[in-house]
Structures are given as C-alpha cells and as structure tokens.
Design a protein around this ligand. Sequence first.
Ligand code: GAR
Length: 205
Amino acid sequence: MRPLRVAIFASGTGSNALALINKAQTLSGALEISFVLSDKAMAPVLKKAQEMSVRTYLVEKKLDRHNHEQEILKLLREHRIDWIFLAGYMRLLSGSFLRQFSSWHEGASQIVNIHPSLLPAYPGAEAIARAHQDRASQTGVTVHFVDEGMDTGEIIIQEALNLPSEAPLSDWVDAIHRLEHRMYSNFLESLSLGKPRTFYFEENP
Ligand code: GAR
C-alpha cells in the first residue's frame, strides 16, 4: 500500500499546518504531506512549511472562483491527493469543487476542517474572540467534514474546554490552539491507521 497523500490548505499563521507536518514525520512513511497550499502570498505558513522541507504552492484568487478552484484541482490531480486538511483556510469550497474531488475517491468525502469552537456555536472568523467576549461557559474545538457552508459539515470529533471567563483572550487562544494541534494530529495519525477508511485517489477512465 502506498503512503496516503495529504494536502494542507492554509491562509495564515500555520500553527495547525506545522503540527500536522510534525506528526506526519513520525508516521514512518504511512502518510505524507504532499504540499501546503495558500491563497495568500504573505501567509507565514508558506515559509514555515518550506523550512520543514514541504513543497508549497501559492494559488491566489486573481480571476473568478471557478478559475481559482480549477487551478487548485489541477494540483490535487497531479499529486493524486487522497485527503485535504483545511487549517485556517479562510475560503469556502464550491459544490463543484467538492464533487470533483470526491469523484476521485469513489464519492467519499475526504476533506476536513478544524474550527476553534464547539460547532454549531460560533462558526466563521474570530470564533475564539467572540466566545471570549460572550464569556461563554464552555468552548472547545471541532474537526468536521467540509461541505459548501461555513463550518457546517458533519462533525467527526469535538472536545470541550472549560476556560475561566476572567482569563485574558491570549490564554484562551493558547489553550484552544494547543487542543487543536493535538486533535488534528491525532486525527491525521488515525487516518494512517485506516480510521476512517481512505478511498485512494483514482481517476475514472
Ligand atoms: C485556527 O484556530 C483554525 O481553527 C481557524 O483558524 C486558525 C488558524 O490558525 N479556522 C477557522 O476559523 C475556520 N473557520 P493557524 O494558522 O495557526 O493554524
């Protein structure tokens, strides 16, 4: 069996991408991070991935959404990618993108996202800051399959955290990011062990 091939999409800092890259390097060849893709030229994740010897692509949205997604699909096909991990990728994927990608995997949904809240609470940007501002009694992290909506796909794993409402926002951010890194890298590891099952990239003749 060949190694699973994973692409990471990220628009920003890249701490989750880095946690995934580090975990993949411990999985003794069962899984590889084939590339990190960003839509933002200034995203620190690009340099961080390069420093870890991971190939990177910058695919900016210069024209319309369709052209942008076609460029990305071309890369996914060239690299025969099995799974996409969104890690702070601040862009929605269209239904036609999702359908094309799943057609290469026997119709299976093999795109996941991580989000810093207990979805369906606080979808969208600045989730941690909004929960902190509301003094939410409980927060947490969700890993879910990706659909066309904003942080709306089927939930795979969720872990709750109780953080003191009087603690500064920076403490909340640190604690939630630590939990994200652990949950996302554990999920990556479980893929390498066959859970959930992977439908390997295959182009229909
Ligand atoms: C992470 O907290 C991730 O959960 C969030 O963006 C941050 C990226 O941080 N994603 C979303 O809000 C998706 N709606 P990172 O660049 O350090 O991994």
